[in-house]
Design a protein around this ligand. Structure first.
Ligand code: HEM
Length: 507
């Protein structure tokens, strides 16, 4: 009995010590948060919802209602100015719209990609995802080595060689649209275009034949699932712990495993071909294999690293372009006079010819303006983030180091200060003679970490749009929403449903 008393007494004491320690730690953490508030509260910003969670409840509320957090950032930018603060626990982010600071930070390799955002994307709900691939690598040396190796697969010479694939895959879309037109069936443009951009990246990057307009495949669903999962994972650290989200979290993990498993198969096949001395294309896949190792024997980490880049290119190289094209169709459908002008240019430059050549693309000036204006109002990859380690002054506001700098092209693209009447779709803002926007328009980001696929994407987008304008009349089905869906990337919520007719040519 005495023994049990002794044990019980010791247990109580241990618990008391434990609780005291936890209480002291909690108190210490509260004091630390208070210290952070005192350090950064001179930076303008909206009132916090709570001491601990800062502004997170407001943002979560918007997300739960399927709203757009970027609209809130825009509202806060208009209210609090070119630099405003957002708190969450002990971390502070600042949203920057000041062009000079945007230039200084994004153009310099000194400011690395934000730990809070990009380190997190290494995994997705515990499953390795982007890892140390090109998009998420934070260490400058590690990133630079990869970028240098990948560059040849994006040189203008190499891209010119992809025109055949862009044409061929876009032609499959035209066939599908002809079929829908003949059957008087509505076209879900986002979904159809998604098939094309996924077909293109699979083919030109990895030598895979998907032909998604004619065959079903688990790829589109897997990509949609990981993107949705990514948004919840990054924005709400509690998401995976709610039982109601368990099923979806498992689906995300499964989708992630599926993509990586496919990547492993594709890489293995290509490595075998290289070892057997076969003639392999100098495509993105070959470059990915080169980034992994120079040694004969590859480590497990090398293999994982290649898969990181497989995922990176599959995700980065497809959805953003598809969404841009769908938004573009949506805006053209809403603006018949702009549509007519774009059509006329296509008729003048391309005429009836089926194969669009690289030098035709340079002549489609107005179409370029339309595509640029689309990305101003609808930047499909809406922002980027950098760590700001050292103290600096932004727009007259002293920013102590240790914050995350957030740059939203959605916000700057819709600010009256930068673009008069910002919600008006007006491609003439990008007329070759118009003044260039000064560090307030960056849908492909800026500086060393800007999009590697910019030219790839815009060549592909122009080929698809030019063929569409050349062959079809399209009208938006009435009563659909023009709202934006935020799945990390931005896409048209309606899916852009159109009625389609073949164009009649005057003889
Ligand atoms: C309309 C289409 C596209 C848009 C709007 C877009 C936008 C962007 C943006 C904003 C970033 C910076 C992301 C960040 O800082 O977190 C980025 C990075 C990147 N994009 Fe794109 N992108 C597009 C198409 C493509 C395509 C087609 C590819 C590949 C074929 C691609 C490959 C990449 C890669 C590899 C990076 C990381 C670059 C680095 O850090 O070195 N993108 N893109």
């Amino acid at each position: 009995m005495a023994f049990f008393h002794l044990v019980f007494g010791l247990l109580c004491k241990a618990l008391l010590v434990l609780f005291s320690l936890l209480f002291i730690a909690f108190l210490g953490y509260c004091l630390y948060i208070k210290y952070i508030h005192m350090k950064y509260d001179h930076i303008p910003g909206p009132p916090r919802d709570s001491f601990f969670f800062g502004h997170l409840p407001t943002l979560l509320k918007i997300m739960k209602k399927d709203g757009l957090v970027h609209d809130k950032f825009l509202e806060w930018s208009e209210t609090y100015g070119h630099v405003f603060r957002i708190n969450f626990l002990h971390s502070v982010s600042i949203c920057i719209t000041c062009p000079e600071a945007t230039k200084e930070i994004l153009m310099s390799p000194k400011y690395t990609k934000s730990k809070n955002v990009y380190k997190k994307l290494f995994n997705l709900f515990g499953q390795r995802f982007f890892g140390n691939g090109l998009l998420t690598a934070r260490d400058h040396e590690m990133w630079y080595k990869q970028r240098r190796i990948m560059d040849p697969a994006f040189s203008s010479l190499y891209l010119r060689g992809l025109m055949g694939t862009f044409n061929e895959r876009a032609e499959k879309l035209m066939d599908k649209l002809s079929e829908l037109a003949d059957n008087n069936t509505e076209a879900k443009m986002l979904q159809l275009i998604n098939c094309v951009t996924l077909d293109v990246i699979a083919k030109v990057a990895f030598g895979m034949e998907l032909d998604l307009l004619n065959y079903t495949s688990p790829f589109p669903k897997a990509i949609e699932t990981v993107l949705k999962g990514m948004m919840h994972y990054v924005r709400d650290f509690t998401y995976e712990y709610y039982p109601r989200n368990k099923q979806f979290v498992n689906e995300v993990r499964e989708a992630c495993r599926f993509l990586r498993k496919t990547g492993a198969e594709v890489i293995h096949k290509r490595k075998m071909a290289i070892q057997n001395g076969e003639d392999v294309p100098k495509d993105i896949l070959t470059q990915i294999i080169k980034t992994a190792a120079t040694e004969e024997v590859m480590t497990e980490e090398d293999e994982e690293f290649m898969l990181d880049n497989f995922i990176t290119f599959f995700i980065a190289g497809q959805e953003t372009t598809a969404n841009q094209l769908a938004f573009c169709v949506m805006e053209l459908g809403r603006h018949p006079e702009i549509l007519e002008k774009a059509k006329k240019e296509v008729d003048d430059v391309i005429g009836m010819k089926q194969e669009i050549r690289n030098d035709d693309l340079g002549k489609l000036v107005y179409l370029s303006q339309v595509l640029k204006e689309t990305l101003r109002i609808y930047p499909t990859a809406p922002g980027t983030a950098r760590d700001i380690e050292e103290d600096m002054i932004i727009n007259g506001v002293y920013i102590p180091g240790g914050v995350t700098g957030m740059f939203s092209n959605f916000v700057t693209g819709r600010m009256e200060k930068f673009f008069k009447d910002p919600l008006k779709f007006d491609p003439d803002r990008f007329h070759p003679d118009a003044p260039k926007p000064y560090y307030c328009y960056y849908p492909f980001a800026l500086g060393p970490r800007s999009c590697l696929g910019l030219n790839f994407a815009q060549m592909e987008a122009k080929v698809v749009m030019a063929k569409l304008l050349q062959r079809f009349e399209f009208n938006l089905v009435p009563d659909q929403t023009f709202d934006i869906e935020d799945t990390g990337t931005l896409k048209p919520k309606s899916g852009v449903i159109c009625t389609i007719r073949q164009r009649k040519y005057k003889k």
